[in-house]
Design a protein around this ligand. Sequence first.
Ligand SMILES: [Zn+2]
Ligand SMILES: [Zn+2]
Length: 107
Amino acid sequence: MAFQDKSVMCVDCGFAFIFSAADQEYYSSRGYLIDPKRCTSCKEARQTQPKKHIPSLKREVSTITCVRCGREASVPAHSHTASAIYCNDCCVETGSPVTRDPGQEVG
Ligand SMILES: [Zn+2]
Ligand SMILES: [Zn+2]
């Protein structure tokens, strides 16, 4: 089966491009039964441009001074409150705030 150059219209730019006999042969050998829909430049443009824009997760970090050990530490900006600013180490040590009634403590 002999292939012949034929012109195909690019769906992207709308211009006709030559689907050459060599390309047709190549497509046929690869099992493609349909003609290419895009010209070479549009195909390349699609391949080079990123598929999806993935917003980078930018973590808001603020520097605090730990009220427990006094060291400076970087913590996620939303995690600290005005009343309790702990560094990561002290957060691990203290865990969840424990409510203790000092009046009941003896000794
Ligand atoms: Zn095109
Ligand atoms: Zn600390």
